[in-house]
Design a binder for this molecule. Structure first.
Ligand SMILES: NC(=O)c1ccc[n+]([C@@H]2O[C@H](COP(=O)([O-])OP(=O)(O)OC[C@H]3O[C@@H](n4cnc5c(N)ncnc54)[C@H](OP(=O)(O)O)[C@@H]3O)[C@@H](O)[C@H]2O)c1
Length: 299
């Protein structure tokens, strides 16, 4: 594979996705920066990315994509493959934070969160994998969170969405490694991005109002996270290191953050436990990464 890669990023309008776009393109990687509504609500963000690309001659293409819409995801992936002929790396980054006592979160809010943070990557992976399997190479990066490993009160639904994403991404890594495709999980701690301003609050305030002292938990957590947030460029630099790590040498999980809250310890224990799980099912060998070995009949 050429060392310059074709990278497809979700949620590129702001925050990490925007920084990934700029950081990777400045290193010569071709970036498809996807976002919702680049002609309307995100016109300013899309315009700034295009202007930067023009000024610095960067290989960046802005595409419309909403991760909650199957047709929109398929259109964007088709457009990227039509233009570049391949997708080497798909970064599942789009997502948002939902804060509130769990009983104050409505079922509609819970469904919407899962549809974005969890089913969104399902849609993207299903759209890009036929191309990666044909190429016999590729990398799926899943932007989880430290909260994909530890549980924070008032973030139960957010944690659930990231725990779900971690399980899926790990299962993908076992199933795809033999075909030369890596599935990677990135677990950022708290970083300064618009995420805090974009946080959705549990809508059923009447429920929360009866919680006594516990109703202050969301504000306490959000205050602590935003006041200790790190510089988001660190996360973009980590993504660059990951995609430039040779095929087959990437880790399954990368934690990065100002405080690890024990996430690295859980990752290390989980790695040992999962190794025994795979051995118990006689799958240790079948789930190993193998360069360029596609299963016969791959699409
Ligand atoms: N910042 C942190 O401390 C932190 C820590 C751990 C994990 N994360 C994760 O990092 C990812 C990026 O967040 P961020 O911190 O960079 O915050 P952000 O600036 O709010 O970025 C979120 C991005 O997701 C996009 N998005 C939301 N719903 C979407 C949808 N249905 N379809 C397409 N795009 C959608 C947003 O697009 P619009 O402009 O259209 O809304 C925006 O581009 C998220 O998955 C978040 O959970 C963040």
């Amino acid at each position: 594979m050429d060392s310059k890669q074709v990278v497809f990023i979700t949620g590129s309008s702001t925050g990490f996705g925007r920084l990934f776009t700029e950081t990777l393109a400045r290193k010569g990687h071709t970036v498809f920066a996807t976002m919702r509504d680049p002609g309307g609500r995100n016109a300013k963000n899309a315009g700034e990315i295009r202007a930067l690309a023009e000024k610095e001659s960067l290989p960046v293409h802005v595409l419309e994509m909403d991760v909650t819409d199957d047709a929109s995801v398929e259109r964007a992936v088709d457009a990227a493959v039509g233009k570049a002929g391949r997708i080497d790396v798909a970064i599942n980054n789009a997502g948002y934070y939902l804060s509130g006592l769990e009983e104050a979160v409505t079922t509609e809010q819970a469904q919407r969160l899962m549809d974005t943070n969890f089913i969104g990557p399902v849609r993207v992976n299903r759209a890009v994998l036929p191309h990666m399997r044909r190429q016999r190479s590729g990398v799926l990066i899943h932007v989880s969170s430290g909260a994909g490993r530890v549980v924070i009160p008032s973030a139960g639904f957010y944690c659930a969405s990231k725990f779900a994403l971690e399980a899926l991404a790990e299962a993908y890594s076992y199933e795809l490694g033999g075909q030369g495709i890596e599935s990677v999980i990135l677990q950022p701690g708290q970083y300064e991005t618009p995420v805090f301003g974009n946080t959705v609050r549990g809508a059923d305030e009447a429920r929360a109002s009866t919680y006594g002292a516990a109703k202050e938990i969301p504000a306490k957590i959000n205050g602590a996270l935003s006041s200790t947030a790190g510089n988001a460029q660190e996360v973009a630099d980590e993504v660059l290191r990951i995609i430039e790590t040779p095929a087959g040498e990437k880790q399954l999980r990368y934690f990065i953050g100002p405080q690890d809250f024990g996430v690295n310890e859980i990752n290390a224990l989980s790695k040992r436990v999962q190794t025994s799980v795979l051995e118990a099912f006689g799958l240790a060998d079948d789930t190993k990464f193998r360069k360029g070995k596609a299963v016969a009949g791959a699409v």
